[in-house]
Design a protein. Structure first.
Length: 337
């Protein structure tokens, strides 16, 4: 690792420069800064966790009933790794050569941004769940030596007259597991801090490894296929995420994007590491977890809201996927908050 670099304190990457569209109670400790969404704007919470100097983890779990427009300011050059599990958000800043962009569910974004002021708009939607890791760019270099230092050099080469670099890809299974671990954190207090730090470092290791393979790997060409096919697969994912309570069958999905169901399954697995309905099963059960944690519905209501034929069917699927019954999971979760 490089020596002698000074990182921006984690709680100064954004400092207290969020301007929210509502007044709300704020929870603030040395480790965490959280905002609870008031009832007239929906429900949910946004939290920043200060992992270590120069490193901050943000977790968003919202069900807004109005568009949320949030102003922010970033102090210094930052690497941001982010993904939306459900919902999406639009970002804009006059500092960027690209004036606005949208982060959509199912993709994983790696961004390098200079100090700037901007705005994020989270549209009214049923659920908006996202995780972001922000790292002071000076700190990034200390993680990369040997051949991996080339990743840092690549990320450092911003286009002329631009303060924005973005690289996006489909969320792959290893990254998905880390994100899910963050959302399902079983700890609190000091152990929560330690757990989040381990997940943040794991996320960095996985992404730096992937970027190295993408930028410099010899098998790079074999992982790419036509943009038109890739767009079709992303559209199928969008359909699944927006029809959780009543999903189309595989043949209907294939017809909607103009390809055979066999080709659809093959390409979907190449991008997302699982079959079409393996992916659907996972996002539906993850949605069930979030609904249970929110406490607005009981197990029976959650099962019918997500399109299961019966609570017993839902319970079997939940245990098969997560290893515990829904009521056991809920009891464990409530004991950690």
């Amino acid at each position: 690792m490089s020596q002698g670099m000074t990182s921006i304190p984690a709680n100064e990457l954004y400092a207290d420069t969020y301007i929210l569209p509502f007044k709300t109670n704020v929870r603030k400790t040395d480790f965490e800064l959280s905002w609870q969404v008031p009832a007239d704007f929906g429900r949910g919470k946004m939290s920043n966790f200060y992992i270590r100097p120069g490193m901050m983890l943000s977790v968003q779990n919202l069900a807004p009933t109005k568009d949320l427009s949030i102003s922010y300011e970033i102090h210094g050059k930052v690497l941001c790794l982010s993904s939306y599990f459900f919902g999406q958000a639009g970002f804009s800043s006059p500092s960027f050569s690209l004036p606005s962009y949208t982060q959509a569910p199912g993709n994983f974004y790696t961004m390098v941004v200079d100090a700037h002021k901007g705005r994020v708009v989270i549209p009214r939607q049923s659920l908006s769940v996202a995780v972001e890791l922000h790292v002071d760019f000076a700190l990034v270099k200390t993680f990369l030596d040997g051949p991996y230092e080339n990743v840092w050099k690549k990320l450092s080469r911003l286009p002329d007259c631009s303060s924005f670099f973005s690289y996006s890809a489909a969320v792959y299974p290893e990254i998905q597991a880390v994100y899910q671990g963050i959302l399902d954190c079983p700890y609190h207090s000091s152990l929560k801090h330690l757990y989040f730090e381990s997940k943040a470092l794991e996320l960095l290791a996985l992404e730096f490894g992937r970027l190295y393979r993408e930028f410099f790997g010899t098998s790079r060409k074999s992982r790419f296929f036509p943009t038109r096919d890739k767009d079709k697969i992303h559209h199928v994912r969008w359909i699944l995420e927006n029809s959780i309570d009543n999903p189309p069958n595989l043949f209907e999905l294939a017809k909607s994007v103009g390809m055979s169901h066999t080709k659809l399954n093959i390409l979907f697995r190449k991008i997302y590491g699982t079959t079409v309905f393996g992916y659907f099963r996972t996002i539906r059960l993850n949605r069930a977890k979030l609904l249970l944690k929110e406490g607005e519905m009981n197990i029976t209501e959650v099962s019918y809201a997500l399109g299961y034929s019966s609570p017993s069917h839902f319970t079997r699927e939940f245990k098969k996927h997560f290893g515990s019954l829904p009521n056991q999971y809920l009891k464990t979760y409530l004991n950690t908050i």
